[in-house]
Design a binder for this molecule. Structure first.
Ligand code: NAD
Length: 464
């Protein structure tokens, strides 16, 4: 099928590359000209395991193109994905201006043939109908049809009269950064929301190779479940899924804080409760809390939506509050170990919000750096991606070291912020000798306490 993906970030680029790989003809559009040039030269603008290779392979096979020309993309695609960012506004609600601009751009370039417009971005509930309205606005602007509610035609009337030959589908994305390619080829489910049967059938055809697990790691599994529903329910599924996962982490963090006080070990507790199949072991790792480009903004947006409709989402608010407090537990633990932090040097192992990504959006490390600087400490950091990429990610107040031993040198304490696999096998013996004070705050309960203690570290986990 002919596909256009607008927005080539973590979601759009992975979606475009994977759809090309399963046999579709994909044009990816981005308004960032530098990014487009980079992709045209065969380089990925983001770090995601396996992405560059797959991108190059499919571009060479002639199934994948990059452009900054939205007209070209819209003309090409029978299915048009909107995959631009929807960051949080200061009020917590979702900033949908990029979606609006793309929807308007699609409207301005629709060429008569039937198109399915797919909301892949995480958008507030009700956005399916709103996108339809904006696309119609874009079409009207092109054809100079006046849209004036009140004196002229009502928008709803215009929608009915319009020769618009398109439908909108909500198809939320559930991939995880760091394993985005794997997740796309091995989804737990595919969610399709629309009131158009024709659009749903086209989406099913698009995803058929994935549903049949032709590209899955285990091709013998039953087909991927496809949840077909209305637009609002599909939009809500995405928010509810992220809110549930964030709540699960905040829950275990609350249990960890109680464990700390009563002398229990939260890692044992998590194992003990996780073996109950109704609970499950995933998302029960206590630590310094959740972050990243999705959970914080999606939970806030759902709280905001509830508020708009006169409902106070108390559980979700507690989920957020617990998370904000959890990040600062590292500061409390450092103060307990080092007493005065002014003039002390703290080294961070990891900066990104989770391993195997270069994404720093809403990373817990950012809040910790800010607080430590406020308290007069010096912060150094080593992160496998940030240190190698040479990009400072706006971290002007942190000294980025290029290897873990340089990080440890003359530190008063180390904090493990991100559970990168390579941190399991560092030369902790050498690192402890280089430190002023061999203290390790393990913010992810990731390291082997016995091993670290044998190298002379004082080891402090979260809730252990
Ligand atoms: N990152 C994730 O792990 C993840 C997972 C699931 C869902 N989502 C959702 O997917 C959406 C995209 O997230 P992301 O992390 O990929 O965002 P991103 O910020 O990485 O990428 C957005 C891209 O859109 C481009 N863009 C912005 N305006 C444009 C326009 N008018 N025309 C063309 N391109 C434009 C930007 O240049 C950028 O490359 C968000 O709604 C997010 O909530 C993200």
């Amino acid at each position: 099928m002919r596909v256009c993906v607008i927005g080539t970030g973590y979601v759009g680029l992975v979606t475009g590359v994977c759809l090309a790989h399963i046999g579709h003809h994909v044009i990816c559009v981005d308004n960032n000209v530098e990014k487009v040039k980079l992709m045209q030269s065969g380089q990925s603008p983001i770090y995601e395991p396996g992405l560059s290779e797959l991108m190059q392979e499919n571009a060479q096979a002639g199934r994948l193109e990059f452009t900054s020309d939205i007209a070209k993309g819209v003309e090409h695609g029978e299915i048009l994905f909107i995959a631009v960012g929807t960051p949080a506004l200061p009020t917590g609600e979702s900033d949908t201006r990029y979606v609006e601009s793309v929807a308007r751009g699609i409207g301005a370039h629709l060429n008569g043939g039937y198109k399915v417009i797919v909301n892949k971005s995480t958008v507030p509930i009700g956005s399916g109908d709103w996108v339809r309205m904006i696309v119609l606005d874009g079409m009207a602007e092109r054809t100079k049809v006046p849209i004036t509610v009140g004196g002229g035609k009502a928008v709803s009337q215009l929608i009915e009269e319009s020769p618009a030959n398109f439908d909108v589908v909500s198809n939320p994305e559930f991939l995880r950064e760091g394993s985005a390619i794997y997740d796309t080829f091995n989804p737990d489910r595919i969610v399709l929301g629309s009131n158009s049967q024709k659009a749903i059938e086209m989406m099913k055809e698009l995803y058929a190779p994935l549903v049949e697990r032709q590209f899955a790691n285990d091709t013998s599994l039953a087909p991927v479940p496809v949840v077909v529903t209305d637009l609002s329910s599909a939009e809500m599924i995405k928010y509810a899924a992220n809110a549930f996962l964030a709540t699960k982490i905040s829950f275990i963090n609350e249990v960890a804080n109680i464990c700390d006080r009563v002398g229990a070990d939260v890692t044992q507790v998590a194992q003990g409760i996780g073996l109950d199949s109704r609970i499950g072991t995933k998302f029960l790792q206590a630590g310094i809390g959740w972050g990243g480009s999705c959970f914080p903004k999606d939970v806030s947006a759902l709280i905001h939506t509830a508020d708009d409709y006169g409902y106070e989402a108390e559980l979700l608010k507690a989920t957020v509050n617990i998370n904000q407090r959890q990040r600062l537990i590292v500061i409390e633990k450092l103060q307990h170990e080092l007493k005065i932090l002014k003039g002390k040097t703290v080294g961070f192992l990891g900066l990104t919000f989770k391993p195997d990504t270069d994404d720093m959006r809403d990373a817990p490390s950012l809040i910790l750096i800010e607080q430590l600087k406020r308290l007069g400490a010096r912060v150094k950091a080593y992160d496998p991606i940030v240190s190698q990429s040479g990009l400072s990610h706006g971290l002007s107040n942190v000294m980025i070291e290029t290897d873990p031993e340089m990080l440890a040198d003359k530190c008063d304490a180390l904090v493990l912020v991100t559970d990168w696999q390579e941190f399991l096998t560092l030369d902790y013996g050498k690192m402890s000798r280089l430190m002023i004070n061999p203290v390790m705050i393990d913010g992810r309960n990731f390291l082997d306490r016995g091993k670290l203690e044998s190298f002379g570290f004082r080891y402090i986990g979260i809730g252990r």
